[in-house]
Design a protein around this ligand. Structure first.
Ligand code: ZN
Length: 82
């Protein structure tokens, strides 16, 4: 999570699919939708969705059996193993 910051200053620059986890993409889309939401009802739905997201259980970290690197399963699957 160290290098992913949502961009809110331009037209929906969708992050590279491989650069973020599905959870991060979900959070990113919700956050960006909230920024551009115009109706109070939509805003309320998005705030609720974000609070539900924050209540989701965290993804357990896994350890690479080869190099010992610890991280999200999606990251470990694609990391550059040393
Ligand atoms: Zn490794």
């Amino acid at each position: 999570m160290e290098d992913i910051e949502p961009h809110t200053d331009e037209d929906i620059p969708i992050p590279e699919r491989d650069a973020v986890t599905p959870n991060e993409r979900l959070h990113w889309h919700l956050t960006n939708a909230l920024v551009s939401a115009e109706s109070p009802e939509t805003t309320a739905h998005l705030r609720e969705a974000l609070s539900v997201y924050q209540d989701l259980p965290p993804t357990p970290l896994v350890e690479c059996p080869l190099c010992g690197k610890v991280g999200l399963p999606e990251r470990i699957r694609t990391h550059e193993c040393q």
